[in-house]
Write a protein that binds this ligand. Structure first.
Ligand SMILES: C[S@@+](CC[C@H](N)C(=O)[O-])C[C@H]1O[C@@H](n2cnc3c(N)ncnc32)[C@H](O)[C@@H]1O
Length: 219
């Protein structure tokens, strides 16, 4: 009988694999923080920007995820997070206003959305009404909910203004901000997971802060 081959999970390295397979290989409660920046396009479809021209081709070619796939990721993230550890979930404007990100959350379980950051990209994007300049990050904690002794930097403002290096990836995020969050909720050596790593900004933030990165991307 054919044996299922176990993927070899590497630390502090880029690797090409499905993020859900990676999460399923990780031990329960091994991660001190998880970043999830899913590639979904419901917003673009719903708002019908018609922006699939040349300028957006890099984005349109990225592997897309639907609600069910993202929800399956979050079920596994809930399992791999340690008690009181955080999931940092990036959402775009449409996911925020339509609350579609709430459909990704497990109906039962210890995850609680508690806080949010707004990232001012210092760059004007598209929009049929206002022009889009921000992305949001929902801060979700696995129970038991605690800030004392877990959230170490209370002076982090919830609005961040920074340019990202988009030559790394069309959806790259600002690495100093990622590093601040990592240092806020984890200790040196702790495991930080990013199963849809894109340009691997979280890997670089982990290197800069001596945390252990585990992550991948489909491409
Ligand atoms: C929004 S981007 C992430 C950008 C990243 N946060 C950065 O700073 O560069 C989403 C990424 O998810 C990847 N992706 C889509 N489906 C995936 C899957 N099933 N497993 C792993 N990665 C996936 C896409 O290839 C894309 O690079």
């Amino acid at each position: 009988m054919l044996q299922k081959t176990q993927p070899q999970i590497r630390r502090n390295a880029r690797q090409v694999m499905d993020g859900l397979d990676l999460l399923r290989e990780l031990g329960t409660r091994c991660a001190s923080a998880v970043f999830l920046d899913p590639q979904y396009r419901q917003g673009l479809d719903a708002l019908d920007y018609g922006n699939e021209g040349e300028r957006q081709s890099g984005r349109a070619e990225l592997p897309q995820m639907n609600d069910a796939q993202i929800a399956a990721f979050i079920v596994e993230i809930q399992r791999v997070l340690r008690s009181s550890a955080h999931l940092f979930l990036w959402v775009d404007k449409y996911a925020l206003v339509s609350a579609s990100w709430q459909r990704w959350m497990p109906e039962i379980g210890p995850l609680s959305p508690l806080d949010a950051f707004i990232w001012d990209k210092e760059r004007i994007g598209m929009g049929r009404r206002s022009r889009s300049r921000f992305e949001a990050m929902i801060v979700i904690q696995k129970g038991p909910r605690r800030a004392e002794g877990i959230w170490k930097n209370r002076s982090l403002p919830d609005v961040v203004r920074a340019k990202a290096n988009r030559t790394r990836h069309p959806h790259a995020k600002p690495i100093p901000f990622l590093q601040s969050l990592i240092e806020c909720v984890t200790e040196p050596g702790d495991i930080v997971v990013d199963p849809c790593a894109g340009g691997y900004g979280v890997l670089d933030a982990c290197k800069a802060s001596s945390r252990t990165f585990i992550g991948c991307d489909l491409i």
